[in-house]
Design a protein around this ligand. Structure first.
Ligand SMILES: *Cc1c(COP(=O)(O)O)cnc(C)c1O
Length: 396
């Protein structure tokens, strides 16, 4: 039984008896890795993204790493990306020894600004790595066109956008390859996990091989047998162990079967917040392209305070929410200002002013499928009190 909740969590996975049964049945089956569930799960994710291939991996980060390796990106190469994202979207560029080149973002979509991407392309640019931040797919069509014109692959970090569409086109269908991630705060979870999707046969084959120690034959299940003797011990290239377990894949299948139901629940919760917060001058609500409301795959509910507020006030609001048992966080601190990136590359405040200004004022509020009206009301009420306190402090 669920424990009574005293805190309103920032996120919560949506696990039903179906997921529990699916996982238990794997444990009973005796086949815990490299099996039919991996194949089915990756097919389901690929299909949803409108792609021919899916390659299941142990995390979104592992998937991004494999895609950059499969594209042959390495030392001396540049990859254009966003400073406003979860850190993994840039770390993967460093993992292959290439150089991340940040460009500033568009304040509405919070995705990289296509005009700035075009201006940053050099002969060393080997890919553009764009992120559907908070699930918003705006600009992906433009970024795809720019990449096409310059014959540079677009890599889509779709880890925050599973199941979403933009004008009928699924998230995950824009890049040469796209990567989804399934950490427990994402739209669906496998505990830890990810899937690379692509239409490129060669890229898919390379990812399959590299996730499984560089084996020539990734998956002996297709040969109809699975035993120690059936696993290929021929290793054709440097590989990794980035496999997804059958336990995780079974959880993923059960979650994919409920994806539309879960996305609808998320849209409902987002709508409850939007209705309650839309008249507040202090708050800028998440931007969704008009007419695309039903296509949006909500990852988190992140609003930002208007430009009369700075990071200090925002942090105080977050602390106040937490003191009242309301989960809240500052999604995301800019990647270029993380201690490691400052030290390694000498980035400083002012380098990407739009990303910084937005990042200083964001607040992620509790957001999960089964959130009810009363809980949303309580969060909004508490937020309002914290903002009233800020106004009193401002007046001195
Ligand atoms: C979640 C996420 C990832 C991948 O995270 P993992 O924990 O490795 O699965 C990558 N990029 C972004 C933008 C994410 O939000």
């Amino acid at each position: 039984m669920a424990l009574p909740m005293s805190e309103i969590p920032l996120s919560q996975p949506d696990i039903t008896e179906a997921e529990i049964d699916a996982v238990v049945s794997v444990l009973r089956s005796g086949r815990l890795s490299i099996g039919p569930r991996q194949d089915l799960f990756e097919q389901m994710v690929a299909e949803r993204a409108g792609r021919r291939h899916g390659v299941a991996v142990s995390s979104g980060t592992a998937g991004l790493h494999l895609v950059l390796l499969a594209l042959g990106i390495g030392p001396g190469d540049e990859v254009i990306t966003t400073p406003f994202s979860f850190i993994a979207s840039t770390n993967c560029i460093l993992m292959v020894g290439a150089k991340p080149v940040f460009v500033d973002i568009c304040p509405r979509s919070m995705n990289i600004d296509p005009a700035k991407v075009e201006a940053a392309i050099t002969p060393r640019t080997k890919a553009v790595l764009a992120v559907e931040v908070f699930g918003n797919p705006k600009h992906m069509e433009k970024l795809k066109a720019i990449c096409g014109a310059h014959e540079i692959p677009l890599v889509e970090d779709a880890c925050e956008g599973l199941g979403g569409y933009c004008n009928g086109k699924p998230i995950g269908s824009y890049g040469r390859a796209a990567v989804f991630g399934f950490y427990p705060n994402k739209q669906i979870t496998t505990g830890e996990g990810g899937v690379v999707v692509t239409d490129d046969d060669r890229l898919a084959a390379l990812c399959r091989s590299m996730r499984n120690q560089g084996r020539a034959v990734d998956n002996p299940v297709h040969a109809g047998h699975f035993n120690v003797a059936g696993i290929s011990l021929t290793h054709e290239r440097l590989g990794y162990n980035y496999r997804l377990t059958e336990i995780a894949a079974a959880l993923g299948i059960a979650q994919m079967e409920r994806l539309d139901e879960m996305l609808a629940a998320r849209r409902r919760v987002a709508g409850m917040y939007m209705r309650r917060l839309m008249d507040w001058d202090e708050i800028i609500l998440p931007f969704v392209d008009p007419g695309c409301e039903d296509e949006m795959s909500w990852f988190v509910f992140v609003l930002r305070l208007n430009d009369l507020y700075g990071a200090q006030e925002r942090d105080r609001v977050i602390q106040g929410l937490r003191r009242h048992d309301v989960g809240a966080n500052n999604y995301f601190p800019c990647i270029h200002l993380q201690p490691f990136y400052r030290q390694q590359f000498g980035y400083k405040k002012g380098d990407f002013p739009i990303a910084e200004s937005i990042s200083d004022r964001t607040i992620a509020l509790p957001f999960y499928n089964r959130m009810d009206e009363n809980t949303v009301e309580l969060v909004c009420h508490t937020l309002k009190i914290m903002l009233q306190r800020e106004q009193l402090l401002k007046r001195g």
